[in-house]
Design a protein around this ligand. Structure first.
Ligand code: XMP
Length: 520
């Protein structure tokens, strides 16, 4: 959070499932914000963070319970606008002298309609044009008396205090969730709140790029940086940004573990070395990885071998970059958000990224993570801002262990070669039919089974494969893509005709959960 010169909005998180959506809505308004769990927000934190406005999120607790979450009382003395949402409203009322009561038939979940009162506030400009607004409620407790200084600005049948405000202090509170899709005009409310707090919406990708470059220069000075390049969007954008900041002080290491897709190594090396003129180590370690994977079929063992070798190989090549003190990673905001755990302290969820997790400690390096504040689609926008080719920015995610987890059972060079060819045909089909951007991820898995077939007059005994294509927002849940029968038939025919070694094609129609996206 240091060194951000933009006006900042602080979201104090009380554990709502949708707190991240508040951040999304604000980012869409070009307002810079950060989510911090309430446990971490002390008076000192508030002083250091110096927010221009604060939002108190929703959450599952009841303010009536002993020990339930609170913001520090000092938040109300900052002199900045505050918006309480759902639990945030209740905690605000509880602390400022109002009353909150338990459900008893007034619990409300789902769609509701709010109508305005006679008094007006800028928070609601552009609201109630049609007399009422649809909102999404999700609360057990409710406010039964508002705190001194507050007035009512909107009511719903079950929430007489659906929208309240103390316009002298610029304190606002709503019982519903304006951040969710089912409050169709909710973004307008956030826009009004941030405008009246003085945000001008100047947090653009261009501004972010300049600021990130300045911060990278400040952090790194004249030291060397290495970056593990996977060919994915995140590490690519991070590399291009850092290269723009410090030029040849950056060296990228691209490890070819023999588990890449067709032409992938060539494409990555060509783009970064030839197009961007970046110092790039192309570590051809195919023999090492495939040698150690030989005969292994247990998924966890395979992943462990790949993870261990990756760290060793990266370490080996990094040593050749004389005395690099910094390691760059494409860590994103959703990976670093601290989510609130009600059984203990804040639980920090950080994915081991780009196969270099564990490396910084081992190598005694500091991290450079210029994408830490961005969501995935913002990384794509930054990539566009930096001039990365659209085809590269829109690429489907590709897992670190690569084709190994698309080759259940034993991994052999023969199977990998077949898999690469089948995968290329499938992706070509998807692109030809204009479906690539509608799909989160698509690939072929080669199955550890040979089946009987007939081609021409001969019997065949070749591998079966499965096509996998899913839609998803974040990879956490997924649904299979509903290809037409014609598409599936045409693709199966092409794969069997064009790829020697496959004589049967199936389509995986499992959603996640209960399945996972990858096969292994
Ligand atoms: P699953 O198979 O768990 O995948 O449903 C969810 C998303 O994560 C990717 N994935 C990985 N990415 N290293 C990675 O970098 C891994 O070990 C790994 N396993 C799964 C997967 O491709 C999908 O996008």
């Amino acid at each position: 959070m240091e060194n951000i010169s933009h006006d900042r909005l602080l979201i104090i998180d009380f554990g709502s499932q949708v707190t991240q959506l508040i951040a999304r809505r604000l980012r869409e308004l070009n307002v810079y914000c950060e989510i911090h769990p309430y446990q971490n927000v002390t008076d000192q934190f508030l002083t250091d963070f110096a927010p221009r406005a604060v939002i108190l999120s929703g959450g599952p607790a009841s303010v009536l319970d002993a020990g339930s979450p609170r913001p520090p009382a000092g938040v109300f003395d900052l002199g900045v606008p505050i918006l309480g949402v759902c639990y945030g409203q209740q905690v605000m009322m509880h602390m400022l002298g109002g009353t909150v009561e338990q459900g008893h038939g007034t619990a409300e979940f789902g769609r509701a309609y709010v109508t305005p009162s006679d008094t007006k506030t800028d928070l609601l400009s552009g609201w109630f044009n049609d007399g009422q607004e649809q909102v999404w409620m999700s609360h057990g407790d409710h406010v039964s008396a508002i705190a001194p200084g507050f007035s009512v600005y909107g009511t719903s049948p079950n929430a007489p205090f659906a929208i309240i405000a103390d316009t002298t202090r610029n304190f606002f509170a709503v019982q519903f969730h304006p951040e969710v899709h089912h409050t169709p005009n909710g973004a307008k409310l956030y826009e009004n709140f941030t405008r009246l707090a003085g945000f001008t919406g100047d947090w653009t990708m261009g501004a972010y790029r300049e600021e990130a470059i300045r911060k990278i220069r400040e952090q790194v000075g004249d030291q060397q940086v290495i970056c593990g390049l996977s060919g994915g969007v995140d590490s690519s954008v991070a590399a291009v940004l850092i290269h723009e900041a410090i030029g040849d002080q950056l060296t990228c290491v691209f490890v070819d573990h023999g588990l890449l897709r067709q032409n992938e190594a060539e494409e990555v090396v060509e783009m970064f070395r030839d197009h961007y003129n970046m110092p790039l180590i192309h570590a051809d370690e195919r023999e090492l990885f495939l040698g150690e994977l030989d005969g292994q079929s247990d998924p966890e063992t395979k992943r462990k071998i790949i993870g261990r070798l990756f760290i060793d190989v990266f370490d080996k090549h990094a040593k050749t970059v004389g005395g690099a003190k910094f390691l760059a990673q494409g860590t994103l905001y959703p990976d670093v958000i601290e989510s609130v755990s009600f059984s203990g302290g804040p639980s920090v969820t950080i994915k081991s990224h780009h196969n270099v997790g564990g490396l910084p400690e081992k190598m005694g390096m500091k991290l450079v993570e210029p994408l830490r504040e961005l969501f995935k689609d913002e990384v794509r926008a930054l990539g566009r801002e930096l001039g990365l080719p659209t085809s590269f920015i829109g690429r489907h995610p590709f897992p670190g262990p690569g084709l190994a987890i698309r080759c259940p059972g034993e991994i052999t060079r023969e199977k990998l070669d077949i898999l690469r060819k089948a995968d290329a045909v499938f992706i070509d089909q998807i692109r030809k039919h204009g479906l690539y951007d509608e799909i989160w991820q698509a690939f072929v898995a080669i199955l550890p089974v040979r089946t009987v077939g007939v081609m021409g007059d001969s019997r065949t005994y070749d591998f079966a494969c499965a096509l996998r294509a899913v839609t998803s927002v974040d990879g956490m849940t997924a649904d299979y893509y509903p290809f037409s029968h014609e598409f599936l038939g045409e693709t199966a025919t092409r794969i069997i005709n064009e790829v020697k070694g496959i004589n049967r094609v199936t389509y995986d129609i499992t959603s996640k959960p209960p399945g996972t996206i990858e096969w292994d």
